[in-house]
Design a protein around this ligand. Sequence first.
Ligand code: SAH
Length: 440
Amino acid sequence: MRTVRALQRLSRDLVCPCPPLLFVRSWSVAQSQSCSSSSAEKPMPGNSMLRHLTSKIKATGPISVAEYMREVLTNPVMGYYVQNDMLGPDGDFITSPEISQIFGELLGIWCLSEWMGAGKPSRFQLVEFGPGRGSLANDILRVFSQLRGALGGAAVSVHLVEVSPKLSQIQAQCLTGDQSQVSASEDEPVYRQGTTTTGLPISWYRNLDDVPRGFSIYLAHEFFDALPIHKFQGTEKGWREVMVDIDPDEPGKLRLVIVPAPTLASTQLIQADEKRRHVEVCPEGGVIVQRLANRIAKDGGAALIADYGHDGTKTDTFRGFKSHELHDVLASPGSADLTADVDYSYLRRMAGATVACMGPISQKDFLKNMGIDTRLQVLLRNCADPSTRAQLIQGCDMLTNPLKMGERFQFFTMLNHSRLTRPEQSKRGKKMAPVELGLS
Ligand code: SAH
């Protein structure tokens, strides 16, 4: 509770003595989730992707849903993420950092408080997975810049794990202006580098393995839901994998089939005590979480995974989004986003005991604990423009209202075990909670 109050105090102090941060991104589309389609103007890579997938299936037989998702989303030539800027009103979906600046600001405070709770290590890496348009990192870095007194002399650096060259360019523009350069060779683990507008070194990677080791705060917002899932159906003969095949009645169409024989995935990925009849598993997400857990245990730090998800209860969540509307997952592949709810019970199992796993808790609870109400009041106090005030209020409502994004989105954290020691023990171990550092 004391820490919560300290965080809320930090959120409130954020504007003082700096001018209020009033820019709220476009969010009106998200209010209805059903804005008019803009797909007519978008490139439609669907046909070439469909041709690519059907020739693959003709050559090797039905492909797993995971392979389908991987090809559709991240194929290096025609993948959905590689080709498109899909975020925002003119795209296919909108995310919390795009809805209100307050979202990123509060996550910035969370990062700062985790760094303080770890005893203020002298080097501090901010690592973000799938940064989209760079909005979340941008809001966080503004917080770091405004509270640079709290950061002391720590050497802060920014590391982005991004598969899309197109989005990395947009991120670079947002975070560095024109202060970044692409690497000479495509094979370099760091494919882009620069300096943020707030003066911090920033680098782009395709894989976590290429990010340097060291104390890090890892953030993944709407990243795990884009990772490939396998789908399984319980049958009277046991678990069978759901795969993607060519529709024999319409050769230009794809369909989902349950394959008759077990696959490696169906024998390896289902828990012995599984009670559901339909299960989705994201092994790639599991591997990333294991690597994060290992890094956090050895190097210190924390990870925050925020996504729509469940705790091992949901069944069929695989879906497509195009122009803010649901879209058939198999129709014109490559032209729409594909996503599946994150199974936090699976991620927790993959993380194991090397780190302390907390949550998932709802976005509403997380943001309320972080002081979203206080922060909103401060911004409103400094803002006279009626339309900006209305935007601020509606943005917060969108993020926290249980009927909007408040309950659907879940926050899950992995912490170094030392972070959970009680304050008395922390003092002995020279690790202090923010409240003890005179920040509240
Ligand atoms: N976090 C942002 C964007 C979410 S969209 C936001 O909330 O607004 C998903 C992001 O993850 C995009 O930036 C996409 O290019 C990236 N991405 C998807 N799959 C990836 C992968 N396998 N490796 C790295 N980045 C990936």
